[in-house]
Write a protein that binds this ligand. Structure first.
Ligand SMILES: Cc1cc2nc3c(=O)[nH]c(=O)nc-3n(C[C@H](O)[C@H](O)[C@H](O)COP(=O)(O)OP(=O)(O)OC[C@H]3O[C@@H](n4cnc5c(N)ncnc54)[C@H](O)[C@@H]3O)c2cc1C
Length: 401
């Protein structure tokens, strides 16, 4: 009788790699992809304990991509990420099968009260200097563009029509599939320790007991990044910050809206026939808490949305979920680089504080450059490196976060 061959267990991956990456969601997969492209001979392993990605931040993200930042590094990372995502279905195709990410160029709109005007204008000038397509709109211009918006208490807004949003799951799965097709090994395991000698990490120990030796180790563990770094004797100011995301409908007709954000950290965008968004509580106690407060929408989000857009007075929340920001407590900016002086071959790509999906392509590329060429190439991100953590030298993002 003929039939399908018996399924055999995948061969054990070798115990020696060039690069071992802890965390296989968007940051780990982007880093792995860019490593494989930059130096195809590299042996790269990505260690990911949960191939379903149930709790990872990436699958809970709202998919926003925008150039509206104050730090030039963030603006440039967004510009690269946006172009990368737009070309994603074709560039990430495997065996002719495209990689859909459902890009929607819906635009972003940051709005501020009069006391936020100077900040908005200053950021606007920086964005223009970096070649961004942004327009500064007075309250009257805002109202003309978005008639349902209440503008009496606003100072101005900045609209970036080239921005938008995409499907974070599509982005992650496409990167993972492409990285694997280029020879990256995904290992379903967890990093539980590192063996270090002086300022060098020599190997990673996995929960299964396996030991993987490598020349470079990357911490791409998102909200768990500080835990992973601690295993290597590195202290990171990165903590999990719970944030709710809601799917809601307006209850009344409302014009097509961009991704709207304000200084109180209300943020929402269109999603199908409704809207997806939330309001970040920066005072949220830090920790791995995924519990959902089902009153948060009613008590906090709804009043803010209905005030800004009166048609939302009849809004209804259909679903609420929680996710974790990997919040950098030092300054709200990521740590991208190796821990020189502490663990020279230990690289961190974490702490994106709510912006990691859009910045993953540029950050992964940057880590690949550092590992392969020992320096940044396409974009100088040294200001976001580990040195500012070691010297307690904050570099804050002054855009609306
Ligand atoms: C509600 C919400 C909305 C958001 N909206 C946006 C947005 O609109 N735009 C945007 O750009 N960003 C957004 N973000 C932020 C974005 O989701 C994150 O910055 C980004 O997903 C971080 O990716 P990551 O791969 O570093 O972390 P994660 O996706 O959390 O992945 C970390 C991985 O590390 C693994 N891991 C943990 N411990 C270990 C270990 N010991 N060994 C090996 N692996 C380990 C985990 O299993 C996990 O898969 C949002 C986040 C949330 C929560």
């Amino acid at each position: 009788m003929t039939g399908a061959p018996l399924r055999t267990h995948a061969p054990e991956p070798p115990a020696r790699y060039d690069v071992v990456i802890a965390g296989g969601a968007i940051m780990g997969s982007s880093t792995a992809y860019f490593l494989a492209v930059r130096e195809p001979s590299l042996r790269v392993a990505v260690i990911e304990p949960d191939p379903t990605y149930e709790w990872c931040s990436t699958l809970r993200a709202s998919g926003g991509v925008r150039v509206l930042f104050s730090c030039p590094e963030n603006i440039e990372m967004s510009k690269f990420g946006r172009a990368f995502i737009q070309a994603f279905p074709e560039t990430m195709a495997v065996d002719g099968r495209p990689a859909p990410v459902d890009w929607v160029q819906g635009g972003y709109l940051f709005i501020v009260p009069p006391h936020g005007l100077a900040l908005l204008e200053s950021n606007y000038r920086t964005q223009r200097a970096h070649g961004c397509d942004v327009e500064l709109l007075s309250p009257a211009e805002l109202h003309a563009r978005f008639p349902s918006m209440h503008v009496d208490d606003l100072g101005a807004g900045v609209h970036s029509p080239g921005d938008g949003w995409c499907d974070p799951n599509g982005l992650l799965q496409g990167l993972r599939r492409k990285a694997a097709a280029l020879g990256v090994h995904y290992v379903a395991d967890r990093v539980v320790g590192f063996d270090c000698a002086g300022s060098v990490v020599r190997s990673a120990t996995l929960a299964s007991g396996r030991v993987l030796h490598a020349d470079a180790f990357v911490d791409a563990a998102g909200p768990w990044a500080a835990q992973v770094a601690a295993l290597a004797g590195v202290t990171l100011p990165i903590a999990p910050l719970r944030r709710f995301e809601h799917y809601f409908t307006a209850g009344n007709p409302v014009e097509r809206l961009p991704y709207v954000k304000d200084l109180d950290r209300l943020a929402f965008r269109s999603e199908g026939v409704g809207f997806s968004g939330g309001l970040v509580n920066g005072d949220e106690p830090r920790g791995f808490n995924f519990e959902v407060d089902h009153d948060w929408f009613e008590n906090v989000v709804w009043p803010a949305v209905a005030h800004r857009f009166p048609p939302f007075e009849a809004a209804r929340c259909h679903r609420t979920w929680s996710g974790l920001y990997e919040q950098c407590e030092l300054d709200g900016n990521p740590v991208i680089g190796n821990c020189a002086g502490t663990r020279d071959n230990f690289y961190v790509v974490a702490g994106f504080s709510g912006h990691g999906m859009m910045h993953a392509p540029a950050a992964g590329r940057a880590i690949a450059e550092l590992i392969v060429d020992r320096r940044f190439d396409a974009l100088d991100l040294s200001r976001l490196g580990y040195a500012r953590v070691a010297h307690h030298d904050p570099y804050p993002e002054a855009g609306i976060v």
